[in-house]
Write a protein that binds this ligand. Structure first.
Ligand code: 3BY
Ligand code: FES
Ligand code: FE
Length: 424
């Protein structure tokens, strides 16, 4: 059936789109958002359509699908997506939706298959998405070629796999080239996920990101993290002390000599990379600040690389140290429900129980994630009150939150504008 002949329901979100745009146009800059942005079902649907289905998202790491037939799957709002390694090392991404009657093809988070076989009636697809087999029951004029899996845009760089459900996603290549350069010392093809976690938080995804974008709350909540993390993201931070600036100068001289990228790189407000030292005398985000993995990553031979922080809006932050790296991704589930996945990566040749103890590796961020979960959930509970009104962010402590909301607001207004232009 031709798409153009399909009947469609009138856009049930029409009024909500207008109201959303208006609330963003009239919001108080530097203040938290009006309540519906954090708890309304329609606004959640609009976030999904205008942000998560249009942006590039980090589906996982290339080292998670090292061989032909390896796949990982993710859930972008209502849309399940599968990322699979095909022939000749190529990475493909597809909607995880069978072209017969729509069943999900891959039901697990990861695995290995020879072909993609639907569990419902066994339609069988090649790893490049072509339908190979639909039995003889479909009749003689059935066309296999017309029923390939629907592709999803995919790009890999620096060990990361980015997907986008948009037909024309935003430009990302310049950031990816830079990411590739910054990740070069890590030799990402020779890494592995040592351990991972999934945390369901009863809070809107924007509260999870807002919480991550500031360390105003760190002193009150994160004793384990503060054993090693210095909260300043840059020497330009007005709160940065002289001692910190001197530490940065000493570290960057060493990194420069080892050809380890560190300089601040920004791509609008969407992406940001910078390497910053950890607390003097510590080298890794472990409870005591010592290495969590004895074997360093890639070509790295100085364990003291601080932490390279990578921000990718709308949904990921990362810490790359000398011995391991941590990848965080945020997946909205509902207006007040969000999944946070954390992956700890180490050198592929590091031996569990000898070079690293996964329980030790994960301890700091397990504690931190759970503390942040509680903060986000309490934030959500208060915001749901009839008494909530947007409150002011600190310009010095919470500029990262202001930046995130500026980015979000700009994207939403831009995308909602496109929408109404189409309807006109
Ligand atoms: O991701 C981080 O390292 C920290 C945790 C809390 C604030 N954020 C910048
Ligand atoms: Fe997939 Fe029938 S729904 S084979
Ligand atoms: Fe936190």
């Amino acid at each position: 059936m031709d798409d153009t002949t399909t009947l469609s329901l009138a856009d049930p979100l029409g009024n909500a789109r207008e109201a959303t745009a208006e609330m963003l146009r009239s919001r108080d800059h530097g203040y938290s958002l009006p309540q519906p942005f954090y708890n309304d079902e329609r606004l959640f649907q609009i976030d999904m359509q205008e942000i998560f289905q249009k942006e590039w998202l980090i589906a996982g790491m290339t080292c998670e699908i090292p061989a032909k037939g390896n796949f990982i799957s993710v859930q972008v709002g209502n849309s399940p997506v599968i990322v699979v390694r095909g022939a000749e090392g190529r990475i493909f991404a597809f909607h995880n939706v069978c072209r017969h009657r729509g069943s999900r093809l891959c039901v697990s988070d990861k695995g290995k298959v020879a072909k993609l076989v639907c569990p419902y009636h066994q339609w069988t697809y090649e790893l490049d998405g072509r339908l190979l087999f639909a039995g003889t029951e479909m009749g003689t004029d059935f066309s296999l070629a017309d029923h390939s899996l629907k592709p999803v845009q995919v790009k890999a760089a620096g060990g990361y796999i980015f997907i986008s459900l948009a037909e024309e996603p935003p430009a990302i290549d310049e950031f990816l080239r830079t990411l590739e350069h910054y990740m070069e010392p890590y030799d990402m093809e020779n890494t592995k996920v040592a351990v991972q976690s999934t945390l369901l938080e009863k809070a809107n995804w924007k509260l999870v990101i807002e919480n991550n974008r500031e360390c105003y709350h760190c002193g009150g909540s994160h004793p384990e993290l503060l054993n090693t993390l210095l909260e300043w993201d840059d020497v330009t931070d007005p709160r940065a002390s002289q001692a910190f600036k001197e530490q940065v100068a000493a570290c960057t001289t060493r990194w420069e000599a080892d050809n380890i990228p560190y300089a601040h790189a920004s791509f609008g407000l969407r992406n940001r990379i910078v390497r910053m030292p950890l607390l003097a005398g510590t080298v890794s985000m472990t409870i005591d600040g010592t290495q969590g993995c004895k074997k360093l990553m890639g070509r790295i031979n100085d364990p003291d690389l601080g932490s390279m922080r990578i921000l990718h809006l709308p949904h990921s932050w990362n810490h790359c140290m000398g011995d391991h790296m941590i990848v965080f991704t945020v997946w909205p589930v509902g207006p007040q429900e969000t999944l946070v996945t954390t992956k700890w990566l180490v050198n592929k040749d590091a031996v569990e129980g000898v070079d690293y103890d996964p329980q030790n590796l994960r301890r700091v961020w397990d504690a931190t994630n759970d503390q942040d979960r509680i903060l986000a959930e309490e934030n959500q509970r208060g915001i749901n009150s009839s008494a909530y009104q947007p409150g002011p962010y600190s310009q010095t402590y919470e500029f990262g939150v202001i930046n995130f909301l500026d980015w979000y607001s700009e994207r939403m207004l831009n995308n909602l504008g496109e929408q109404s232009a189409h309807l006109r």
